[in-house]
Design a protein around this ligand. Structure first.
Ligand code: PMP
Length: 427
C-alpha cells in the first residue's frame, strides 16, 4: 500500500487562531448579560413554552393566562374551518411539497392562495414564500443593487434592513414617521441614484402607529421612486374590512409597487408574500433566490392561509372587534397615565417602561398575576425605551383588557417606587 500523501498545511503564514466558541466576544457578552440578569434575580422571560393554542387566553406552566403576546389578530388560529382545511390538505398532499415550486413543488393550492392575496390587496398578482422574513430579504436583496438607494423609516423590521444590506444598495434612514425628513432626503438624493425605493410599514410593530400613506404616495410620485409597504401588522387590522392601510386611506393599490405581508399573523399560518403587478411577480417567481432555491410552502400552511383569507373577507365583524379592543386598551392605558408612545390603538400597544431590566421584571410580575405580555428590550429598541408590548386581538374580552391595564399600572407603580432594577442592585 502507498502511504497517504501528506496534506500541505494551508496555514503556513501567521494567522489569527480560530476562536473556541466559548471565547467568541459576542457569545461572551451574551453570557455576561445573562449572568447580570441572574445576579439581579431576573428570570428569563423568553422561550417560555405554551401548552396549547395561544389566543386571547393561553396555558403556561399548566395555568391559564390572559395572553397579550401572540399576533393571532383575528383569532383565526385554531378556527375549526382553518384546521379542517389544513387537515384536508395534509391528507391529500402530505406534509411537504418536497421541491421548489419551479421544479416539482407546485400544487394548485399555491395559485389559489396567491389569487386570494392579490384580491385582498387589489393587485394583479402575488407570490408566496416560506417565510415573511425571507420574503423581505430575498425580494429587496434581489430587486435593488449597487447604485440604487433605499430610504427606510428607522423602525422598519430587521428583515428589511437585511434585504437592503444584501442588495448592496445605499440605505438612508429617516426618523420614525418623519415625512418631512423623507421629502428632504428625496430632494437631496434622487438625482444621485438609479432606482430609489421607499419602504414603510403599514403598522409599526414596536410603536403601534402608521404613516400618512397618502403623503408617502404623493412623495414617491413627485420624486419618481418606488414604494414598498410591509403590511405584516396592518393586513386584517386596518381598513373597514381589514384590507390594510390602502383601504384605511382609500389609496389606489397600484400606486404602491410592492405590498409585502406575512402569513404568520392575521392569516394564522407561516410564510410571506409580495402582492404586486403580474410582471413583477412573474419575474420574482423565476429569479428571486429565496423563492427559486427554496421549497414551496407546505400544503397544510397554504390551505390554512387560504381559509383565513376567506374568513377575513366573510367576517368583517372580527376586524371591527379588533379595532374596538385596541382602542379600548389604548384609552384605558392613557387614562391610567401609562406611556403608550405614539400608538394609535390598532392591535399593538406598547407600555414604555425605561431600562431593559425593568421591562423584564415587569413582564415576569405580570405573568405571576396571570397576564402574559413580553418585554421588548435593547437592542430591539433603544435602552431608554424598553417596553412591554401588548398585542390585542379580536378574541380579548373587555374584562381581560381592563384587568391587564389595571395590573400593569399596579405592578409598574410598585416597580418604580423601588427604583430601577440596576439602582436596587447597587443599593
Ligand atoms: N415584517 C414585519 C414588519 C414583521 O414584524 C415581521 C415579523 N414579526 C416580519 C416581516 C417577518 O415575518 P415572519 O415572522 O412571518 O417571518
Amino acid at each position: 500500500r502507498k502511504p497517504a500523501p501528506q496534506l500541505k498545511s494551508v496555514a503556513e503564514k501567521p494567522h489569527k487562531k480560530a476562536y473556541d466558541f466559548r471565547e467568541l466576544p459576542q457569545i461572551k457578552q451574551l453570557q455576561m448579560h445573562r449572568a447580570a440578569a441572574d445576579m439581579m434575580g431576573i428570570e428569563n422571560p423568553f422561550f417560555r413554552p405554551h401548552d396549547g393554542l395561544a389566543a386571547g387566553t393561553t396555558e403556561i406552566d399548566g395555568k391559564p393566562h390572559d395572553n397579550f403576546a401572540s399576533y393571532n389578530y383575528l383569532g383565526l388560529n385554531g378556527h375549526p374551518d382553518v384546521n379542517a382545511a389544513a387537515t384536508a390538505a395534509l391528507e391529500k398532499f402530505g406534509t411537504s411539497v418536497s421541491a421548489s415550486r419551479i421544479v416539482a413543488g407546485e400544487r394548485p393550492l399555491h395559485g389559489e392562495l396567491e389569487q386570494a392575496l392579490a384580491r385582498i390587496h387589489g393587485t394583479e398578482s402575488a407570490i408566496v414564500m416560506v417565510s415573511g422574513h425571507a420574503t423581505n430579504v430575498t425580494t429587496i436583496g434581489h430587486l435593488m443593487g449597487k447604485g440604487d438607494l433605499v430610504l427606510t423609516d428607522t423602525l422598519v423590521h430587521n428583515s428589511i434592513a437585511e434585504g437592503v444590506r444584501l442588495s448592496g444598495a445605499t440605505r438612508i434612514n429617516f426618523p420614525h414617521g418623519d415625512l418631512d425628513a423623507l421629502e428632504k432626503l428625496l430632494a437631496e438624493n434622487r438625482h444621485k441614484f438609479d432606482n430609489v425605493l421607499v419602504i414603510v410599514e403599514g403598522l409599526y410593530s414596536m410603536d403601534g402607529d402608521f404613516p400618512d400613506l397618502k403623503r408617502v404616495v404623493r412623495l414617491k410620485q413627485s420624486y419618481d421612486a418606488w414604494l414598498m409597504v410591509d403590511e405584516a401588522h396592518s393586513i386584517g387590522v386596518l381598513g373597514k374590512t381589514g384590507r390594510g392601510i390602502a383601504e384605511h386611506f382609500d389609496i389606489d393599490p397600484s400606486e404602491v409597487e410592492l405590498w409585502m405581508g406575512t402569513l404568520s399573523k392575521t392569516f394564522s399560518s407561516c410564510g410571506g408574500y409580495i402582492a404586486a403587478s403580474k410582471v413583477l411577480c412573474d419575474y420574482l417567481k423565476v429569479s428571486a433566490p429565496g423563492f427559486v432555491f427554496s421549497v414551496g410552502l407546505s400544503p397544510a400552511l397554504t390551505a390554512a392561509a387560504i381559509k383565513s383569507a376567506d374568513l377575513l373577507l366573510r367576517e368583517p365583524e372580527r376586524v371591527a372587534k379588533l379595532k374596538e379592543n385596541g382602542h379600548l386598551f389604548l384609552k384605558l392605558a392613557r387614562a391610567a397615565g401609562l406611556d403608550t408612545g405614539p400608538s394609535m390603538g390598532y392591535a399593538v400597544v406598547p407600555v414604555i417602561v425605561g431600562d431593559s431590566a425593568s421591562a423584564a421584571i415587569l413582564s415576569n410580575r405580570l405573568l405571576a398575576r396571570g397576564v402574559n405580555a413580553l418585554p421588548i428590550i435593547f437592542p430591539a429598541v433603544p435602552e431608554k425605551s424598553a417596553r412591554i408590548r401588548f398585542f390585542i386581538t379580536s378574541e380579548h374580552t373587555a374584562e381581560q383588557i381592563e384587568r391587564a391595564v389595571a395590573i400593569t399600572v399596579e405592578e409598574l407603580e410598585a416597580l418604580q417606587s423601588g427604583g430601577s432594577a440596576v439602582d436596587r442592585l447597587v443599593k
